[in-house]
Design a protein around this ligand. Structure first.
Ligand SMILES: C[S@@+](CC[C@H](N)C(=O)[O-])C[C@H]1O[C@@H](n2cnc3c(N)ncnc32)[C@H](O)[C@@H]1O
Length: 401
């Protein structure tokens, strides 16, 4: 496929995504016009394009010189979901903004309105068996599929919306596990259908589209392309607390899949990163100066791990061996912080699904923040997942390895 085809391909996918609830793929900003009114302004196109790389499929390339720290583009989720069923009460059901102690489902009327893309069906069905299945197996991606299916049923998105994204390869065992989830999803919809006659025509159409093959295909894409979202909106002084919380695992507000961000390839020494300030709307920024034509890559994994651990994560979670230039643990990112050579041991207790969690959670932030990196190392050590300096590395700032 030529680069030209790919550019057209991604455009056609953007137009396919148009739906009443999420009007624009790239976000709009506003400005004050001469009469003093707020007017929507469409920013110029983002300085990136999707094209074929030599060895990593499609990738995102700079179309002009980009300065360090520059915003590349923003991205709204195609589908998002609170991190877990317990998080549901703590974050906005639509945008994942933290709700504080308010006993509400949405942070604003706008989110409530936008949630109509799925909410009517999501709240109608009895999800107890499906949710139990997710909880007991520690799965979060089926929650994204559930929401996506509700959007399809309501006609908010097309069932093939995610087809353009790269799927992970699935073993027969993984497929049969997923089939359990599919059957539970289907029976939840079937019961809701029986209970609500008004929904009957939507459901009967949907059952033809939402097949077992559809379910596994969507999950296969979500596995590779979903981001775990942690908000970076906390004030800097809270960073230590935030890092400690992230080691304890409940720091994420949710998971989401985006279109353009899904085309960013991985590099252990990335030149771009993705972050979330206050809700699930993502910002992609350049970490350093990037020349026109250069590929922009983000880090999928915890950048502070050593070479072998990085390779293990990438191979297990994403199915590739990284051939980036950062071969050893002592290159670049490791300056001053030291890298724990035993981190591979943490792989033992980690579900493959959690790999996405480690990448976005720690990856981008460790690269930029040495203090955070140190805390995360201490966190690993405290949870007995990693023995740094033979278990002596207990204070922040200790060198390791
Ligand atoms: C989120 S997708 C990135 C976009 C993808 N290249 C595509 O064509 O849609 C992740 C997949 O891209 C490929 N990939 C990403 N980074 C890579 C790298 N550094 N080396 C080789 N393959 C990579 C792997 O197949 C990985 O599973």
């Amino acid at each position: 496929m030529s680069n030209w085809n790919l550019v057209r391909y991604s455009r056609s996918c953007i137009s396919r995504f148009k739906n009443p609830h999420q009007k624009n793929f790239f976000s709009f900003c506003t400005s004050i016009n001469e009469e003093g009114r707020t007017a929507p302004v469409r920013p110029g196109p983002p300085p990136v394009r999707v094209a074929l790389t030599e060895s990593a499929g499609r990738g995102v390339f700079a179309t002009r010189r980009i300065g360090a720290g520059e915003l590349l583009h923003t991205a709204k989720p195609l589908v998002s979901h609170p991190a877990s069923l317990s998080t549901l009460q703590r974050v906005c059901c639509f945008c994942l903004r933290k709700l504080g102690n308010r006993n509400v489902s949405f942070c604003s009327e706008e989110c409530e309105e936008r949630a109509k893309a799925f909410y009517g069906v999501e709240t109608k069905a009895d999800w107890s068996a499906y949710d139990d299945y997710c909880r007991s197996n520690g799965l979060k991606y089926p929650l994204l599929v559930k929401r996506f299916a509700c959007m399809v049923i309501l006609g908010s998105v097309s069932a093939d919306l995610l087809d353009i994204l790269q799927p992970s390869s699935l073993s027969p065992q993984m497929i049969s596990e997923m089939e359990k989830g599919f059957n539970l999803l289907k029976s939840a919809f079937k019961e809701a259908n029986v209970a609500d006659e008004k929904m009957a025509c939507c459901f009967s159409l949907t059952f033809k589209v939402l097949t077992k093959q559809w379910y596994t295909g969507v999950l296969a894409r979500i596995r590779i392309n979903a981001f775990r979202i942690e908000l970076a909106g906390e004030p800097y002084e809270d960073l230590f607390l935030a890092a400690a919380a992230s080691v304890e695992a409940e720091a994420a507000v949710g998971n989401a899949v985006y279109m353009l961000p899904s085309f960013y390839n991985h590099d252990c020494d990335p030149n771009a990163h993705i972050l979330w300030i206050e809700n699930a709307n993502a910002k992609l920024t350049a970490l350093c100066d990037v020349e026109a034509g250069e590929e922009l890559r983000i880090c999928y994994i915890d950048a502070s791990m050593n070479h072998d651990a990085r390779q293990a994560f990438l191979s297990q979670g994403f199915g590739f061996q990284c051939n980036c230039l950062r071969k050893t643990s002592n290159h670049n990112l490791d300056e001053g912080g030291g890298i724990c050579e035993e981190i591979p041991s943490i792989l033992k207790g980690i579900d493959v699904e959690d790999i996405g969690f480690l990448n976005t959670k720690i990856g981008a932030r460790t690269v930029r923040d040495q203090r955070l990196q140190v805390i995360i190392r201490v966190g690993f050590q405290e949870s007995n997942q990693c023995k740094m300096n033979d278990g002596q590395c207990t204070t922040v700032g200790d060198e390791c390895g």
